[in-house]
Design a binder for this molecule. Structure first.
Ligand code: FE2
Length: 331
């Protein structure tokens, strides 16, 4: 039996890169799942089913999606500092409004950010999606969280927000390789709890040399992708964030183990966004995004600049929440 939540897909679906909902095919009385919400729409794979009835369970709020798309579009055309700041504050207030509801709409915002800022070709996106859907979702969510974190840390220009988005998105693309495994996925999550923990995990798990090399080499590989022709950063000097994503001030990081004495607020925004989204906590993040992001217990990065950008994000959430409450009281 079809539930009311399902709708037959419309023609617009085929123009999208990422699916706005779970996609199903009807096989007799049964529904079989073809695609998860947020996944890359593989047109070659779905073409086989083009003449069948396909149904979608939407996981986004289309009105809010259109609203965020319009707000970003307006931001692109604002050239002066104060209007830029005011417009970003408006976007942040809308995010807080949206994420304060018990059923979070993180995917709605993530798709609006993706369709606004992404410039990677579908072939590259499919590569990470086919490697591990959770790794893809980690990129999709951490990059939009980088945009919110950047705005709450006083970066308001469209072009720099786009750079933060693209840099955070590609950070783990270097992991897409035949040696990617369950061990690597666990090492990625372990690393976000502290520098060097990913490597410790691989040692304990007796991971192979290939797995170890892949993990240690991924910042360099992701950096090469960023430097390739696919992505043109507005501020190319920011690309080194990808290269040094796992280097720390203590020298415990990798691949070079150098002491990166200064972690700028640029680095810290991307490091925060990358480390806060754990593959094992995607559902938790999706179900209540804001409380997940402001929970200190989810913040494992012990670098001071990361804490600083986290505090500004947290303050931003509180500020707009309080504002909303006051508006309600006044009306
Ligand atoms: Fe990484």
């Amino acid at each position: 039996m079809l539930t009311e939540k399902l709708k037959e897909i419309d023609i617009n679906f085929w123009d999208q890169t990422l699916s706005p909902g779970h996609l199903f095919i009807q096989m007799g009385p049964k529904l079989l799942s073809l695609l998860e919400a947020g996944q890359v729409i593989d047109k070659n794979y779905l073409n086989k089913y083009k003449n069948s009835k396909l149904f979608i369970e939407s996981k986004i709020d289309s009105k809010k999606y259109e609203m965020f798309m319009e707000l970003f579009d307006q931001l692109k055309n604002i050239k002066f500092e104060k209007p830029n700041r005011d417009h970003c504050k408006l976007i942040m207030s809308k995010i807080v409004e949206d994420w304060s509801s018990s059923d979070s709409h993180l995917l709605t915002f993530a798709l609006a950010c993706f369709n606004t800022f992404n410039s990677l070709p579908t072939s590259e996106l499919s590569r990470i999606d086919n490697t591990d859907i959770r790794l893809f979702k980690k990129s999709l969510y951490s990059s939009c969280i980088a945009v919110v974190t950047a705005m709450s840390n006083d970066f308001y220009e469209f072009s720099i927000l786009q750079d933060f988005y693209q840099i955070t998105f590609v950070m783990d693309f270097g992991l897409c390789d035949a040696s990617y495994s369950f061990h690597i996925a666990n090492a990625v999550d372990a690393e976000s709890t502290g520098a060097g923990n990913g490597l410790l995990y691989l040692e304990k798990a007796k991971a192979s040399v290939n797995e170890r090399n892949l993990f240690l080499g991924h910042p360099e590989k992701s950096y090469k992708l960023l430097e390739s022709e696919h992505i043109n950063l507005h501020y190319p000097e920011l690309s080194s964030i990808v290269l040094y994503q796992h280097e720390t001030t203590t020298g415990n990081g990798f691949p070079r183990g150098i002491t990166k004495r200064e972690v700028s607020s640029w680095d810290a925004i991307c490091l925060y966004a990358d480390s806060i989204v754990k593959m094992t906590a995607i559902e938790q993040l999706e179900s209540n995004c804001m409380s997940y992001l402001i929970s200190e217990s989810n913040l494992k990065q012990d670098l001071l600049p990361v804490k600083r950008v986290f505090m500004k994000l947290k303050n931003m959430f509180h500020y707009f929440q309080e504002n909303k409450k006051e508006e309600r009281v006044a009306s």
